[in-house]
Design a protein. Structure first.
Length: 100
């Protein structure tokens, strides 16, 4: 029983550790940067939706200034049409208009 409890505590501790959680987000950021670099005026809403998912590292359905990269970060205030200091998917889709 002690082994099971110790294993459970160790597992919970490992998954709560930021360095373990950030392993996947580093890969997501690389994918997001690649996708962002490939976006053009001919890009689709689906591509922007994929970008949104990759950037939303804390999965709160918004992109904060700390999650934004590249042209999303550079144009954050323009894209944030409701001045909420975060971007929802509709606002991020406005990036396509900036690419024209």
């Amino acid at each position: 029983m002690k082994k099971i409890a110790l294993t459970l505590v160790l597992t919970v501790t490992m998954f709560s550790c930021n360095s373990i959680q950030n392993i996947g987000s580093s890969s997501n950021l690389k994918q997001a940067a690649t996708l962002l670099g490939s976006l053009s005026s001919n890009s689709t809403v689906q591509q922007v939706s994929t970008l949104f998912t990759l950037l939303d590292t804390n999965k709160d359905e918004t992109i904060s200034t700390t999650e934004a990269i590249g042209s999303v970060s550079e144009n954050f205030n323009v894209l944030d049409t409701d001045n909420s200091t975060s971007l929802n998917l509709t606002e991020l889709t406005g990036l396509l208009a900036l690419l024209k």
